[in-house]
Design a binder for this molecule. Sequence first.
Ligand code: SF4
Length: 300
Amino acid sequence: MVIVAERTQVTAKDFKSNQKSTWCPGCGDFGIQNAIQTALVNSGVAPWQVLFVSGIGCGSKLPDYITANGYMTLHGRGATIGCGAHLANTKLQVIIIGGDGDSYGIGIGHMVHNMRRNMDVVHVVENNEVYGLTKGQYSPTSKRGFKTSTSPEGAIEFGINPLALALAAGATFFGRCYSGDPKYAAEIIQQAMEHKGYALIDFLQTCPSYNKIQNNDWYKEHTYKILDENPSYNCKDPLQAFALAMKDDPRYPMGVLYKNDERPTYAEQIPVYQQNPAPIIEHSLDIPTELFEKIKAGYV
Ligand code: SF4
């Protein structure tokens, strides 16, 4: 969550990148990029106030295609770098971004600890239920029976349930949206950015190259907005959210499915920030010059 008083007037042009996208035509990543840029503009966050941290994968190329601070790390490690950057500069809006393989697979260990620590970051998982960049292997969210090059007779594993996982691990915000409706997705992302604490966005997306079943028509039939179907749904009630996560329904509920504003963030509880809430990068080092030079010499 960035400091509202420092938000400025920005337009979509401010986030435009001169890099040419290498995504396949019709890829859901275009809708995700559109939604994130709209959310940033609507939030009034300037490019220099945002840091995108990604891992490896098709969607992890996104920091190249948006003008803002960006850091592409190792596979699955966006959660660690994003967490470190946030703790060093709590005024930055940190957005960790990666696919379902990157985030729910190799990076899942880092992700659940960011959840339970309530790191004040947004983690967007571009969930197309397949590994796209490496040409179509089944992923941690692939449905049982999904046929790919690595599961020619159908995957025998059950896919991860992101909402149940987030609730069990202590995430304080869970939102879900879909790449075919970027306007609605932008609203969910903006709420995630405004949330004080860890926010996970399970961003469903199409992969026309390697997931030919879950195309736009399929998603239209298999998604619904939670408040349209159940106007009394209370996202602040963890039992309702758990019941929704465990409901036997082939459709995906979308919207803000869980939100807890009561828990302190990790940064709020550590002594250095209790003594001085300014970002650590603005703190005085307060150590003798000779000692600082000695420490520095050890790294060069
Ligand atoms: Fe998008 Fe799939 Fe192509 Fe990757 S392989 S760019 S996810 S359509």
